[in-house]
Design a protein around this ligand. Structure first.
Ligand SMILES: [Zn+2]
Length: 202
């Protein structure tokens, strides 16, 4: 491993831990500003718990999806591979509120396939950052393209945003659907339709 890559591998957990006293203080200020009382019993340990939660929610920083992914020889398998209903939790970068839902991923291998358990890991690495849904969708698709150079890849994400639901905006049950289609999924209508049919989004 190259030494100059070291700064990139600082995990968010490490950097949050380093700033913990300040972060907990900030949470106490926030609690006070919303009109709460920090000495109330139920809130005593809240700053610590909030920082613990942030450490998990933003653990996608400092992780490189290209390092975790295992790829294999496709052994001439050339049909579409689809993984559905990949649950994820992310945070919108505009409000730092959760958005969450499901990702649907399909690809047609060229020479390589990716370990199935690694697909949700790739999703999580990008989801556990401050995001917008469009970027999250593209980053997953482009990472798969870089990792296995497939003949095509499609990513569909369906999510609910708490910043829409909880702030009293109308259409509270609306779901946002985004998609990224690369290679054959973009060029060939049949391929795209097959993917959408397999994930029940046609
Ligand atoms: Zn938002």
């Amino acid at each position: 491993m190259q030494k100059n890559k070291k700064t990139q591998t600082t995990s968010s957990a490490e950097s949050i831990e380093k700033s913990r006293p300040q972060l907990e203080k900030n949470v106490r200020s926030l609690i006070e500003a919303i009109g709460e009382n920090n000495s109330r019993e139920g809130l005593q340990d809240t700053p610590r718990r909030v920082v613990d939660a942030l450490s998990k929610i933003f653990s996608g920083y400092g992780q490189d999806p290209k390092k975790i992914a295992t790829t294999f020889n496709a052994e001439n398998y050339d049909e579409m591979i689809v993984m559905k209903d990949i649950e994820f939790y992310s945070s919108c970068e505009h409000h730092m509120l959760p958005f969450f839902g499901k990702a649907y991923i399909g690809y047609i291998p060229n020479k390589k396939i990716i370990g199935l358990s690694k697909i949700p890991r790739v999703v999580d690495i990008f989801a556990r950052r401050l995001q917008n849904q469009e970027r999250l969708t593209m980053e997953i698709a482009e990472t798969l393209r870089e990792l296995i150079d497939p003949r095509g890849v499609g990513v569909v994400i369906e999510a609910e945003h708490l910043c829409v639901k909880s702030r009293g905006v109308e259409k509270q049950n609306a779901k946002v659907v985004t998609s990224a289609m690369l290679g054959l999924f973009k060029k060939k209508l049949n391929t795209r339709n097959e993917f959408l049919r397999l994930i029940n989004h046609a």
